[in-house]
Ligand binder design. Sequence first.
Ligand SMILES: [Zn+2]
Length: 383
Amino acid sequence: MYEKKNVSKIYSLPKKVVFCKKCVISNQRPRIVFDKNGVCTACNYFEYKAKINWKERENELLKLLEKYRSNDSNYDCVVPSSGGKDSAYVAHELKTKYGMNPLSVTWSPLKYTNIGLKNLNAYSDSGFDIVMGMPRGDTKKKMCREALIEMGDPFQGFIYGQVLFPITIALNYGIRLIFRGENAEAEYGGSRKSWDKKLLTFEEFKNVYFSNYDLNFWLKKGFTKKDLAFFYPPDATGTKGKLCDSYFYGYFRNWSNHSNFYYASKHTGFTPNERRTEGTYTKYSSIDDKLDTFHHWFSLLKFAHGRCTSNAAREVREGYITREEAVALVNKYDNEFPSLYFKEFLEFTSFTEKEFWDIADSWRNKNLWHMQGNDWVKKFPVN
Ligand SMILES: [Zn+2]
């Protein structure tokens, strides 16, 4: 048996569940803030973006690029790239519109889908060098297992690598500039303070990510530092915090998941999936990993906030669907269990089916879910 977690307490979630008046996000999303009119920070940020002078921001970008452009044959910047639509847009625009020479750094998914590999190849074919980080499988699997039990998120280990590996590569290649995509904290609902944030300096990065990097947790679980070489913060001795600033491309250019999809389809050979992703209705977002549906499904257990909620909320903000349509989509798809790759997930993590359901039960937030007949249903469905 696994210890039952008090999820609301762990994440300091508000007692009363409230949904945003404009989109379908609730206040159970960690760190999101609602204003006095009942509108979430992600929606307010979207309104704010409409007032930004994007020409000025682009000029700012041009100045920045001049500062970092190399005079020799070295790369000018690192773009963490999965071959997905968003990173493909960033890298391709930097190269073709602004004449930069980006190095793409890919952190491999837990388990590639065919469409994910196909898109990565197409992306490379469109003119990009890629450094791929593929950590050892035994470590990756064990991290996934431990993270699921202890954090209710099988992807925690993956995220460390995804964030840190591009910095390690940038330092090794002597590249001082990293372009990440959107500022997720602003774009999807964090504090207002994050709205005008354009970069994380190396020092900030260390504070935000490295200090939260609880190495001891993994060491206690029997990993060695050697096992974690790819997941471990890069050795920055002697850099004096000056190297490798990480800028958000979404600060300089008006970010839209939808437009990025059209852009990548046109320029880097990006192809959407033939079928929709389980737990949502979209076919083009995060389609390279067979197992990431479980990351989203566990969010659903903890916050009653599934993959469809995230996708629909974004599309309401961008004006592609109405709130009413979003509510219908969430009620239809959000609770769907990712059965397509369930067997592979169990094989990957070496959990038995019973162990899996016991862990799921230990993380299900009972403030947000109750049983009806044989099914778990949301106590507070979006309306
Ligand atoms: Zn909202």
